[in-house]
Every structure is written in C-alpha cells, then in structure tokens.
Write a protein that binds this ligand. Structure first.
Ligand SMILES: NC(=O)CC[C@H](N)C(=O)O
Length: 309
C-alpha cells in the first residue's frame, strides 16, 4: 500500500533529515553553494491526481542532471532511436558523472550513456531549433507540459555560474567534436546546457514530471500522451541503470525504483504504474547524490514495498 497521508511522510522526513549533516552542498558551480543543505522536502504524485508533500515543501532548486532525462526524451522524439543511439551508448560507466576517462580510451569518442555529462551534452546538441533561444524555449515548453506549470523557467544566476566555470564540460565537448558526435559551436552548446540544468521548480512539480514517466508518458491530468510510451520506457530504464551515477547498482538494491539525481540535491523517481516522486535535499554524498534524499527513499521503499525487484 502506497503512502496515503502527509503525516506518515513527515515522520519519514524527520528520520532521514539528520544524515544531511554528514553531506556537503555542491560548490563546483559556485551559485549552488548558497542553499541550506539540511533542508529536505518530498512530494508524491499519483496518476489519479492525488499528491502528498512533506518537509520543507516550499524549497525551490534547480534540476541539474535531472534535466538529462527530459532532454533525452525530447531528443528521442526529435531524432528517433537510431540517430540518438548511434551517437550515445546505452551502458553504465562505473565512473563519476563528469569523468572524461572513457572518452579518451574508447575510439572514436562515443559517450557510454545519456545520464553522464558527456552523453547529456551530446543529447542536448541534438535538441532541434533554429537558435539557442528557440531550443531552450522548446525544453521549457516541454517542462511546462510535464508539470502543468507554465511559469517555470531557469535561474539565470545558476546558469551563468555554470557557464562561467564548466571547464571540464567544455573539455568533454571538444573530445566529442573531434569524433563528430558534436558538430555545433561548443560555447553555444554550453550556454544551452547550463540553462537546461538551471531550470528550477519545487518538489511537487518534480513529482508530477516523475508521474508522467511512471504513467507511460501520459499526463495524468489531461490524459494526453506527452511522451511516446516507448520513449518513456527507455528513459525509465536509463534511470534504473545509470540514474544515480556510479551508485546506481547500490541504489537498485537498497531502493529499487527508476530515479534520477542532480547535484542540486534533487531526485526524481518514477515508479511504473504507481507514482512520481520529487525530493530536494542539497547535502550530497561523495558520488553527488542527495544524502538525506537517498536515505528517505530507502525508508519509503521499505515501508511501502516500492522496490520493483
Ligand atoms: N551531476 C549533475 O547534476 C551535473 C550537472 C551539472 N550541471 C554539470 O554538468 O556539472
């Protein structure tokens, strides 16, 4: 039986919260470091429209790597499976999310999957549009449809902060330009990618997006197919195999749901046929996942038997 009350969820948040003290808020993108790492919020959104929120529910954070699932869905819709997977692989790496190592050792430089930075940058370069403005607006429009909230946009300060400091991401792009995985101007791509990562929302909107994936791409409120079911399935599969970076195996054992995290401390969960989950808790473990967020999901998985396995 899934959670049916906010107070039950509140108890789990209280149990998970203390562990945040052992984590660290990401500061390699300077603007991210301003958040209080001990805040924790969670929302569940069910296909029947019912939702529960607990903790510091008004916390608004940026998507960071969670946006990789959204752009993957859009790129697959724009270009089709063959085009996308000729350029980006389908295998987990076991390396940190921003690692450059495999791009050097695999020849030609093809990123292993769309959930690591290299793969995500290649995916973003596939988003169609006649210029940067049209491309970010297409991503935002898709987010508006998934969340039902047309006011959502990116945080310019966070986008600028990432754009100014993402030297490693630029290096990943140049490796992939060498092997023609990326063909566009790297600065333009970095600008688009930084904006996509800086899209911000609360955990209820995050849970709503998760619910669309959980619901085979169908918007539970309108019944519209926002993402083809097959693409929704591909995205959820990547969330299981690569969504929590190089902790995806351990997460599959301890929690057992499709999930994608970001260095802002966000986690979007999509439990097939059951619900979407949105969590924000900015203090991270050493692999870049929200420490209290993962703890909370472990507690929820045990209490509500959420594991798919
Ligand atoms: N793991 C993440 O959330 C990484 C996203 C971040 N914007 C980056 O590219 O470094």
């Amino acid at each position: 039986m899934l959670c049916q009350s906010a107070s039950e969820l509140e108890n789990l948040v209280e149990m998970a919260k203390p562990i945040a003290k052992e984590g660290k808020v990401a500061d390699y993108i300077p603007a991210l470091s301003k958040v209080d790492g001990e805040l924790l919020s969670v929302s569940l959104f069910y296909p029947d429209g019912c939702s529960y929120t607990a903790g510091d529910g008004n916390l608004i954070l940026t998507l960071q790597s969670i946006s990789k699932v959204i752009t993957l869905a859009l790129a697959l819709m724009d270009r089709g499976e063959d085009y996308v997977f000729e350029r980006v692989g389908q295998e987990p790496t076991g390396d940190p999310f921003n690692s450059i190592a495999k791009l050097e050792t695999i020849n030609p430089s093809k990123p292993l999957n769309p959930m690591i930075n290299a793969g995500a940058l290649a995916i973003t370069s596939m988003i169609g549009g006649k210029n940067g403005t049209e491309r970010i607006n297409r991503i935002l429009h898709f987010i508006h449809e998934l969340t039902g909230n047309c006011d959502l946009t990116y945080n310019s300060e966070v986008a600028r902060s990432e754009f100014d400091t993402s030297h490693l991401n630029r290096a990943l792009c140049y490796f992939m330009k060498q092997s023609s995985i990326i063909n566009e101007d790297v600065e333009e791509l970095m600008e688009l990618y930084s904006k996509q990562c800086a899209i911000e929302m609360d955990c209820l909107s995050l849970a709503k997006m998760g619910c669309v994936f959980a619901n085979n791409g169908i918007d539970p409120s309108s019944g519209r197919q926002l993402i083809p079911a097959d693409i929704s399935r591909i995205c959820k599969t990547f969330m299981v195999t690569c969504g929590m970076y190089n902790a995806s195996g351990e997460f599959a054992i301890k929690v057992g749901i499709p999930a994608k995290s970001g260095v802002s401390g966000g986690i979007m969960g999509a439990i097939p046929g059951k619900c979407g989950i949105g969590i924000f808790g900015a203090a991270l473990d050493e692999k870049g996942n929200s420490l209290a967020g993962v703890k909370l999901l472990e507690l929820m998985s045990r209490k509500y038997s959420l594991s798919m396995f």
